[in-house]
Design a protein around this ligand. Structure first.
Ligand SMILES: Nc1ncnc2c1ncn2[C@@H]1O[C@H](COP(=O)(O)OP(=O)(O)OP(=O)(O)O)[C@@H](O)[C@H]1O
Ligand SMILES: [Mg+2]
Length: 347
């Protein structure tokens, strides 16, 4: 059934990114290598989860790699690594600069020095940029000569609002070229799913109706659509069904959804993961903001300041891993969709 599992992996960058030609062209024209000697513009990509933001950035930068020698690019996802030096370490490592720098204890200035020393263009992708511990990093990188900064996050207004007291960062973001992706339409999503069927599965064993059904229930989110397809394909592969039908998709839909959550949780950085685990431990009644903060202080080394913890909790909420409720003075948090939350719902 599965002929090429790569096509079903969430991080797979397809050879053809369908239905995003406008955004691809826009991005290529902004990072026009001909302009590099003069200046480099920065880019902000926005759009809902599963609209292809991360894929768009990686797709274009990888393509450019083939035709340009004098540039390097690096990527960091701030849900996994949100400290200033941690983020710098990741992007520089991808750029093959500063591999000799030890992560622990190296000041940010040393990373900046390496960037300045490099003779060529560096493109840095800061994904889920709204969870950076120190958003000033955005302004610092955006201002560097020879650096093109690409920030990615879901919602432009929320992002700007979260930077209320960071005028310098906001002004750099306002100056950046904006690329906004919308949710995929039903027919666009059908094409994306069908492409994965053709490239990763024995297409003769996949019902057309099943593809349409997946495109329908994934509601514009390609990540969800591919997760349904992956689970359903595995179901057939295991011998639990002959062909991939609408019924198979129905049977595996909840599992696929749970699997997406687990993946998100697995990639959380240490502090966000600690917070998530503490909220989860609160069970169906959740945990108060005060208690959560106290427990967090005890459970990690070098706990972050309250303001940063707040940003982390906001990001966990945005990704629908937790929810807050109660009044502002007595906010409580609980998990959404976790096993504990589901058990509570069913009783
Ligand atoms: N136009 C497309 N053609 C083919 N595959 C796509 C396309 N857009 C997205 N995908 C696939 O859908 C999945 C989700 O895309 P991606 O991770 O880029 O979304 P995102 O907007 O970054 O979402 P999130 O905000 O949740 O990180 C990936 O597996 C990607 O390969
Ligand atoms: Mg992404």
């Amino acid at each position: 059934m599965i002929t090429d599992a790569r096509a079903l992996r969430p991080q797979f960058i397809p050879r053809d990114m369908v239905h995003r030609q406008g955004a691809i062209d826009q991005m290529v024209s902004i990072i026009d290598p001909l302009k590099w000697s003069v200046s480099s513009d920065n880019i902000s990509i926005f759009g809902p989860s599963g609209s292809g933001k991360t894929t768009l950035a990686k797709y274009v930068l990888r393509k450019m790699e083939r035709s340009h020698l004098d540039y390097r690019w690096g990527y960091v996802n701030c849900m996994s690594e949100s400290s200033k030096t941690g983020a710098l370490h990741r992007v520089l490592r991808d750029c093959r600069l500063g591999q000799d720098i030890r992560r622990a204890g190296t000041p940010a200035s040393e990373y900046f020095e390496r960037i300045r020393e490099f003779d060529g263009v560096l493109v840095f992708v800061v994904d889920e940029a709204d969870v950076l511990d120190e958003p000033e990093l955005i302004a610092a990188l955006a201002d560097m000569e020879g650096v093109c900064l690409i920030t990615i996050c879901i919602d432009q207004d929320e992002f700007h609002a979260s930077l209320r007291d960071q005028e310098r960062v906001r002004s750099r973001l306002r100056a950046a070229e904006t690329i906004t992706l919308d949710k995929y339409s039903y027919s666009q999503l059908s094409d994306i799913i069908r492409y994965r069927v053709d490239h990763g599965l024995d297409a003769g064993r996949v019902d057309d109706e099943a593809v349409e059904y997946i495109a329908d229930i994934a509601a514009g989110d390609a990540r969800r659509g591919i997760a349904y397809l992956r689970r359903a394909a595995r179901h057939v592969q295991d011998g639990s069904a002959e062909t991939l039908t609408v019924d198979v998709v129905r049977d595996v839909a909840d599992d696929a959804q749970a699997n997406l959550r687990e993946r998100r949780i697995r990639y959380l950085g240490t502090h966000k993961r600690a917070l998530y685990d503490l909220v989860e431990a609160g069970g169906p009644d959740g945990v108060s903001a005060g208690e959560l903060h106290q427990e967090y202080q005890k459970s990690v080394q070098n706990p972050k300041v309250r303001r940063t913890v707040r940003r982390y909790l906001d990001s966990l909420e945005r990704y629908e891993l937790i929810e807050s409720y109660g009044s502002t003075s007595a906010t409580r948090y609980k998990t959404i969709g976790s096993k504990a939350a589901e058990a509570a719902r069913q009783t």
